[in-house]
Design a protein around this ligand. Structure first.
Ligand SMILES: *Cc1c(COP(=O)(O)O)cnc(C)c1O
Length: 357
């Protein structure tokens, strides 16, 4: 793929690595590629980071034609930079595109774009422990007409933001509220697609939970409000009476790459992992009779987030005495070890980013 590169004349001063937070700072450049029905994807370019100028009738503004991905570039101890399973993100974006009638990317070109872009921005990958460069590929529909139809014109972009360690004060169990009113997704809807609309619909429950002092909500299925689905924007796993359980991918659950990686690591280690339906009654029962040993969320941002407390209909339950469990610890250490290159990658999950010239 031919990628035109225009370097910025005003490189930004890099932010203090101890105050990065999440998604506040952006790098000097961005990747853009255009699509229309006649020409397909064309005009791939890396240009100085700037505002966009778009026609106010663009589909993205009215009908939510937006899909995105999230992955990170990690700095290894030897100074080199690597990505974690980027092809999985590209495949998932194409599944999201299919659901929202948006154009698919060529997998090889999309990987090349990602590697070329990170290669150019590699000085932006922070060095401190636990920090990374968060990459946000996204696609928007830019048809300039108000009729509702499949997308004929689109833009694909990648922006990047240096982010701090998710756990500033060490990995710490969180309190979660089980949401009984709003639902995130239903089967047949867009739950399995990574699209902005899912986030718009789940903001209210998240805001209410935050008001009450919880860090996330645990979502139940949209039809019966009976089966566990996800926690906030993470997948969720439990260890109940020795069995590791995670909700099966039913169509309303986002197929997380961290989820998939956890399952593969656990199976390799000889644990059995059940991808099955888990009802709220079974979960509450396991908390009441003390068989719930561990609970954790998993996703790219936090990697693994231990759950220390769950609330359902104003009743609070403590998980594992509010402490981090053994499996949770193992997954966190192994995944972060592979991602930052501190332990060997026997799974062949990492992809090195080439040096820029
Ligand atoms: C992105 C996302 C996840 C986690 O996926 P990863 O690939 O592990 O980062 C889980 N749930 C939702 C709703 C998401 O948007």
């Amino acid at each position: 793929m031919d990628i035109k590169i225009e370097y910025t004349k005003n490189p930004a001063v890099k932010p203090d690595e101890t105050k990065l937070g999440f998604g506040k700072y952006f790098t000097d450049h961005m990747f853009i590629m255009d699509y229309d029905k006649k020409n397909g994807w064309h005009d791939a370019r890396i240009v100085p980071f700037s505002n966009l100028s778009l026609h106010p009738a663009c589909t993205v503004f009215h009908y939510g034609a937006e899909i995105f991905e999230g992955l990170k570039a990690y700095r290894k101890a030897d100074g080199s930079v690597q990505l974690f399973r980027p092809t999985e993100n590209i495949k998932r974006m194409n599944n999201s595109a299919d659901r929202l009638c948006m154009p698919k990317l060529d997998e090889k070109d999309a990987l090349e774009a990602l590697l070329r872009f990170v290669s150019i921005e590699q000085d932006w990958v922070p060095n401190s422990h636990g920090t990374s460069l968060y990459l946000r590929p996204f696609m928007i529909g830019v048809d300039e007409k108000l009729g509702v139809h499949a997308i004929d014109k689109a833009m694909y972009m990648i922006i990047a933001s240096p982010v701090g360690s998710y756990y500033d004060k060490g990995i710490d169990p969180v309190s979660i509220m089980i949401e009984t009113e709003d639902v995130r997704a239903v089967r047949g809807g867009t739950g399995y697609a990574k699209c902005g609309g899912n986030y718009a619909a789940s903001t209210r429950a998240g805001a209410r939970a935050e008001e009450k002092g919880f860090s996330q909500v645990l979502w139940l299925d949209g039809v019966e409000r009976k089966y566990i689905e996800e926690v906030g924007a993470m997948n969720v796993m439990f260890k109940i009476n020795g069995e590791i359980v995670t909700p099966e991918l039913s169509g309303s659950i986002l197929p997380g790459i961290t989820r998939k990686s956890c399952i593969e690591l656990l199976k390799n280690k000889g644990y059995s992992v059940s991808e099955r339906k888990l009802s709220i009654d079974e979960l509450l029962g396991s908390m009441e009779n003390g068989t719930l040993e561990e609970a954790w969320g998993c996703g790219t941002a936090a990697v693994v987030s231990p759950i220390g407390e769950l609330e359902y209909n104003n009743k609070r339950y403590t998980v594992n005495g509010g402490k981090i469990g053994e499996i949770t610890h193992y997954l966190y250490d192994t995944l972060t070890g592979i991602q930052w290159g501190d332990i060997p990658d026997h799974m062949n999950w990492t992809v090195p980013v080439p040096k820029n010239k």
